[in-house]
Write a protein that binds this ligand. Structure first.
Ligand SMILES: [Ca+2]
Length: 527
């Protein structure tokens, strides 16, 4: 059987080649192609004759957890969560130490992945459980249009409602089944690989539902784990058995995610496509515990991120210190496939491709990322007893995290008497609620915050020591404030352009069905 070769051409090179081919068909021999393009064509020609490999367009397998912090065993030094499959990938690829999502709730985080834009650049899609505006085209839709094999299984974008301009349901080109519960995701990947067009590369998205709550109580203990296995309980939770057991139940679900990764890798290896596939293993945001998921502290946005690609990553086994954000994924994927997003209707991408990091030849400066949140809880809306959303933005640069809370008079998780719906129900949350407002852990989880917060992640990764009023940091705090605001203005963020209230005004599909917010149950204090 004839061997097929693929060669990566930039959009500009493809346009040039097509133009030359059209010209030469009419008028005779080719006139001119760039030296770089000619070189690529000669390499491809040589490869055809010599039967050697050329740098091919890769396939991409994108694997995303739902609510996992950086608790991948060996890869991120976490002894109480065992992730042998992910660790194996980490050893043969790259571990990113400064990967961030721009926001720490499912829907807006995934919207940033799909569009390459920050949530505050996506109108309604900045919020959790929103209507997704039809005008924002996803990279995955562009790949479908370009003829790339696109497949998926599990959770993609959501929760929320996305429709095309004509009112039909929109799946962003990711039309696979949203399988839940115990299953082998490698089976769906195998079926996809068998059915795809062989001459085209593929993009496959697997969205796990782990370790999203709910958890089976004491599943960690049942799995043989011990509360004493945990080497660090964050300073913002009480170090007690309730919290440690909750963490162990979470660990079991992270380990299930690792098994899913193993199943997918086995399927990929069996297909023969493994070596030229860029595999990314990550999570949409931090763990579903008080003060993490939905919040602006480092643990919420700082995500696990591992990339392998046997034929494409230079010097594998590296750890990457550069800052990357989820908004960098769409431009990276589009570049690798040689597809032009803008020419296919995508709004301007804010992120930047990180293929130079894969080659270990950094070309761009990546010394900071911007984060933020708008309305996370659909109960918080104008006229609701829950109050309004909690607008905040932040910047991570060097070892510092600067956070600007635009409405410090509001409650970060909704009003106390409506149950702090912005924080997922859990034993840890129940403990903090029962402890009451005078308890420091209640304050960490639910209390109001000052307008400005500044944390040194190197010495205080749990973000419990606010340095904003420390005179030693006055100059740095002001510099970070100014840089953040300038960056947000550059990105046309309504929040800094005097139109931030728009985020609270947007409707949610759940607004139609959600009844009056229930009063929180009064809980007895726990030990
Ligand atoms: Ca999530």
């Amino acid at each position: 059987m004839a061997k097929k070769y693929r060669i990566h051409l930039s959009a500009e090179e493809r346009d040039q080649l097509q133009a030359e081919c059209r010209f030469s068909a009419k008028c005779g021999p080719m006139r001119f192609v760039s030296v770089r393009l000619m070189y690529k064509l000669l390499v491809l020609l040589a490869a055809c004759f010599l039967d050697v490999a050329v740098a091919a367009t890769p396939n991409i397998l994108f694997i995303i957890a739902d609510d996992a912090s950086r608790h991948f065993g060996e890869a991120y030094g976490c002894s109480w969560v065992k992730t042998p499959n992910i660790d194996k990938l980490a050893r043969s690829g790259l571990v990113f130490d400064n990967a961030y999502t721009p926001t720490s709730k499912c829907a807006p985080s995934r919207a940033a992945i799909l569009t390459g834009r920050n949530p505050w650049q996506l109108e309604e899609a900045a919020n959790h459980q929103p209507y997704f505006p039809s005008k924002f085209i996803a990279f995955s839709e562009v790949l479908v249009k370009a003829g790339i094999n696109v497949g998926s299984e599990g959770k993609t974008w959501g929760p929320g409602e996305a429709k095309l301009a004509d009112g039909t349901v929109r799946n962003f080109g990711l039309s696979g089944k949203d399988a839940k519960g115990n299953h082998n995701p490698g089976e769906a990947l195998t079926a996809f690989l068998k059915a795809k067009q062989p001459e085209k590369p593929f993009f496959y998205w697997f969205g796990s539902h782990n370790p999203h709550r709910a958890y089976k109580p004491d599943s960690g203990i049942a799995a043989g784990k011990k509360p004493s296995d945990i080497h660090h309980v964050p300073a913002y939770w009480p170090d007690n058995e309730t919290v440690r057991k909750d963490m162990l139940d979470y660990a079991v679900e992270v380990e299930t995610y690792d098994s899913e990764v193993g199943s997918l890798i086995a399927a990929l290896e069996a297909s023969g496509d493994a070596r030229n596939t860029l595999i990314i293993v990550t999570s949409d945001h931090g763990m579903p515990f008080p003060r993490v998921k939905g919040h602006t502290y480092d643990e919420a946005h700082h995500i696990p991120f591992i990339a392998t690609w046997a034929e494409g990553i230079a010097q594998p086994g590296r750890r990457v210190a550069d800052f990357i954000s989820f908004i960098d994924l769409a431009p990276t994927f589009l570049e690798l496939f040689g597809v032009d997003g803008a020419a296919n209707g995508m709004s301007p991408i804010t992120g930047q491709s990180f293929t130079d990091l894969l080659r270990n030849k950094p070309e761009k400066s990546r010394d900071f990322v911007v984060i933020g949140r708008e309305r996370n809880d659909v109960l918080t809306r104008p006229g609701s007893p829950a109050g309004l959303g909690y607008p905040a933005r932040g910047i991570r640069e060097g070892t510092l995290l600067y956070i600007h809370n635009f409405a410090a008079d509001r409650w970060p998780c909704g009003n106390p008497d409506t149950g702090f719906k912005d924080t997922d129900a859990s034993p840890t949350k129940a403990w903090a609620e029962a402890a009451g407002e005078s308890d420091p852990y209640w304050q960490h989880a639910f209390g109001k915050r000052p307008t400005e917060q500044l944390f040194d992640i190197a010495s205080d990764p749990d973000c419990v020591k606010n340095l904003a009023d420390d005179p030693t940091f006055t100059v740095k705090r002001q510099a970070l404030h100014d840089k953040l605001m300038a960056e947000l203005k550059r990105q046309n963020d309504p929040r800094v352009l005097g139109q931030g209230d728009v985020f609270d005004q947007y409707l949610s599909p759940r607004t139609k069905t959600e009844g009056k917010p229930k009063k929180a149950k009064k809980l007895k204090p726990l030990p």
